[in-house]
Design a protein around this ligand. Structure first.
Ligand code: NAG
Ligand code: NAG
Ligand code: NAG
Ligand code: NAG
Ligand code: NAG
Ligand code: NAG
Ligand code: NAG
Length: 452
């Protein structure tokens, strides 16, 4: 059981609401185009985590940030290589962006020359490393964020979102991040997440989509501020034919620094049953719901976890059901397991389908029998090839008996699936394997055109 130290650094502002953020003296430029934006997403094959490429500062610098679906605000290392930009600004402590988090820290600096990490009366945030749970206390900054625009099928010029809000962080907060990353891109439930800031700045819908690629050579993509189209070669619009389920929130925060009256920024979905090869797996259904008091239970999506993690009793039940169906319906006999997995099959015994190895499908059923996310072999199985071993292993891991969530859907299980987070309607659209539609998440055409 990990020890979680919870600091409640919370000063609740009960006075008059602070002024809205309008720091500029000249009227903001009215955008002539309000095309959605996109960012390429790459997988780091050492940490098995995903990075989002953006431009920050003036002149723009390319940064790779760890993609995180459960964080409120983005953060960037402002210390390494000296933060140099002509457009950055601090935020006075009494401005509203300091307050939506209901957590308030105001910074002063006496010991260094004024700069990005040294200012007086400046709003401060608590950036966290989601893996090590190390926390900082650092200045919040506004600076220019650049992302390519898109019409949904090709890439236009890089457009700037001025006054993008993020927190600084020290380089030691980057421990266990993919090599070359300089911060975290927050895509969680919050008014200051990267997608919501982009949508607000460009008057676009609060909606983003994620298509993760497992390919070593070709990037996947995230679309920001659009419900579609999402066109992939050869001309397949993945915004069509999605299945929808409500996005649920956990009222209990899951960060080290928690925020009064704010739910966790993590996206949950209401899985009510699991089926293997069409047959319901007997489970303790209590665990599948979020306990509103303790915050335990429920099903969330985390791309920081490489493989789906199940609470121990659910893990055992699903693995047992899978082994039974693999044997009876697919004539497969288990081989020696390879850690961290517990159920593997000799690769040579496993057939091949359009959606990966031929194994029993796993369905995550959401509320009604007909609403389910079907996980095919490409997403359920992991190929392990080393020395004398060549096996397909069931890519699930045991999250322990005391796991906070019942099911954490991890990165491997969402690759080559399109996920649409519609924060206006608070629903998740999911495609299941796009391999069955004849495309992959690496099939977005990143060649720059001139439509914008
Ligand atoms: C950053 O600036 C400080 C002080 O101006 C300087 O001593 C240091 O060498 C600079 N570091 C880099 C990497 O440019
Ligand atoms: C916020 O702070 C600025 C400068 O410190 C001050 O001029 C302004 O009156 C303050 N606004 C409020 C609402 O307190
Ligand atoms: C976030 O923005 C929405 C829409 O503008 C607003 O209704 C909501 O109150 C905001 N939430 C916070 C915590 O500021
Ligand atoms: C902050 O205010 C103190 C006291 O007025 C001053 O000594 C210090 O130089 C100021 N720091 C910055 C970065 O302006
Ligand atoms: C189901 O899980 C809940 C929550 O952990 C637990 O209190 C309950 O005893 C479990 N029920 C069974 C039948 O195991
Ligand atoms: C099942 O597999 C075994 C060897 O793994 C093979 O001998 C047998 O013929 C197979 N049965 C069917 C029905 O395919
Ligand atoms: C990719 O996009 C570029 C620029 O828009 C276009 O010229 C090219 O034909 C596209 N490639 C394919 C395979 O459609």
């Amino acid at each position: 059981m990990p020890l979680h130290v919870i600091f409640l650094v919370t000063i609740i502002i009960t006075l008059a609401p602070p002024p809205a953020l309008s720091l500029s003296t000249s009227p903001p430029p009215t955008p002539t185009t309000s095309l959605p934006l996109l960012a390429p997403v790459r997988k780091d094959h050492t940490t098995l985590r995903y990075t989002l490429s953006v431009y920050l500062k003036t002149p723009p610098q390319r940064l790779d940030l760890l993609l995180h679906l459960g964080r409120r605000f983005s953060w960037v290392d402002c210390y390494s290589g000296n933060y140099s930009s002509s457009t950055y600004r601090h935020i006075p402590c009494n401005f509203s962006v300091c307050v939506p988090l209901d957590s308030f820290a105001c910074g002063y600096c006496y010991d260094r020359p004024a700069g990005p990490t040294c200012s007086n009366d400046t709003c401060e945030y608590f950036p966290e490393n989601p893996i090590t749970r190390k926390v900082g206390l650092e200045d919040a900054l506004l600076d220019a964020l650049g992302l390519p625009s898109t019409d949904g099928s090709s890439v236009g010029r890089v457009d700037v979102v001025p006054d993008f809000l993020f927190s600084c962080a020290k380089p030691d907060l980057l421990a266990e991040f993919p090599k070359g990353t300089s911060g975290l891109a927050a895509l969680g439930f919050s008014n200051v997440s990267l997608p919501v800031q982009v949508a607000e700045a460009r008057s676009l819908p609060r909606c983003f989509a994620l298509c993760l690629s497992g390919s070593r050579s070709a990037a996947g993509v995230t679309f920001v501020g659009t419900a579609g189209p999402y066109d992939f070669l050869p001309g397949i619009d993945l915004s069509k034919g999605l299945t929808y389920t409500p996005i649920l929130l956990n009222p209990q925060g899951d960060t080290v620094i928690t925020y009064a009256r704010e739910p966790a920024a993590t996206y949950y979905v209401g899985v009510t049953a699991v089926r293997v090869n069409g047959k319901a797996v007997p489970l303790n259904a209590t665990l599948l719901a979020i306990d509103q008091e303790s915050g335990l239970g429920g099903t969330l999506i985390s791309t920081v976890l490489p493989y789906t993690s199940l609470q121990s009793s659910i893990y055992r039940a699903v693995v047992e059901a899978f082994a039974r169906e693999a044997s009876s319906a697919f004539n497969l006999t288990a081989a020696r397991p390879v850690k961290p997995f517990s159920l593997c099959y000799p690769a040579g015994d496993v057939g091949v389908t359009r959606a990966g190895p031929a194994v029993p499908a796993i369905d995550l059923v959401m509320r009604s029998e007909s609403v389910f996310w079907r996980v095919y072999g490409a997403n359920s199985m992991v190929r392990i090839k080393r020395k004398e071993t060549d096996a397909w292993c069931l890519g699930l891991v045991d999250g322990g008996a005391e796991a906070r969530a019942a099911i954490v859907i991890g990165g491997h299980q969402v690759e080559d699936n399109l996920l649409q987070f519609d924060l206006g309607a608070m629903r998740l659209g999911f495609s299941s394997s796009v391999l069955l539609r004849g495309t992959t998440c690496a099939h977005f055409n990143f060649t720059t055109g001139n439509h914008a």
